[in-house]
Design a protein around this ligand. Structure first.
Ligand code: GRF
Length: 207
């Protein structure tokens, strides 16, 4: 299964998948990494790994339509079967969403539908979880549609919130789980154990 990545930041989740693929633990081939941020760790990692990488953003393509088309043709040109958003901070355009409908997955550092949507990214997610007094949080992997963090949930994993947690401590605990859970879940997708068209699972399937 050829995987195309979109990532804006450090790219540690993407790296976890690359490492698992290199070690033969999952049946995916990373084919291209696209970032809206020319300085991103994700592009640096891709270059180091010898994976094709492209900086595509409103700087390279000021018209949203052109950017959408450039992203789509990059993914298609590298024969991506699956697209993984690994910390991608932008919305995808309608052409890419349509062409890859049901084949774009995102990872979110909370148990959606809680703590998702506009403004819920990075440390803000963990701050909100702590502020609400939650005793658990987690990781969600879901299909991407045209609304932030709203597409069908494929898999979720719980992570405990511990007394004395700061947002940073909690973020680190969740991130560690993200890496393992993303590899596990993409592996299940590659093996056909999770069908991308399966749609919403119910909460009883949260692990
Ligand atoms: C992760 O927490 C992911 O869940 C969220 O963005 C963060 C990306 O981290 N969507 P990294 O770039 O993979 O290190």
């Amino acid at each position: 299964m050829n995987v195309g990545f979109l990532a804006s930041g450090r790219g540690s989740n993407m790296q976890a998948l690359i490492d698992a693929a290199k070690a033969g633990r999952i049946g995916i081939r990373p084919v291209v990494v696209i970032s809206n941020n020319s300085d991103s760790g994700a592009l640096e990692r891709a270059a180091r790994e010898g994976i094709a990488c492209r900086h595509l953003s409103s700087a390279t393509h000021p018209a949203p339509d052109d950017l959408d088309r450039a992203i789509l043709s990059t993914l298609v040109g590298h024969k991506a079967d699956l697209v993984v958003l690994a910390g991608y901070m932008k919305k995808l355009g309608p052409q890419t969403l349509r062409a890859f409908k049901g084949r774009i997955v995102n990872i979110h550092p909370a148990l959606l539908p809680k703590y998702g949507g506009h403004g819920m990214y990075g440390i803000h997610v963990h701050e909100a979880v702590l502020k609400a007094g939650e005793t658990e949080t987690g990781v969600t992997i879901h299909i991407v549609d045209d609304e932030y963090d709203k597409g069908p949930i494929l898999a979720q994993s719980r992570v405990p919130v511990r007394p004395g947690d700061t947002p940073e401590i909690l973020a680190a605990r969740v991130l560690e789980r993200e890496h393992a859970f993303l590899v596990e879940t993409i592996g299940r997708i590659a093996r056909g154990e999770i069908k991308l068209s399966a749609g919403k699972r119910d909460a009883s399937q949260i692990t």
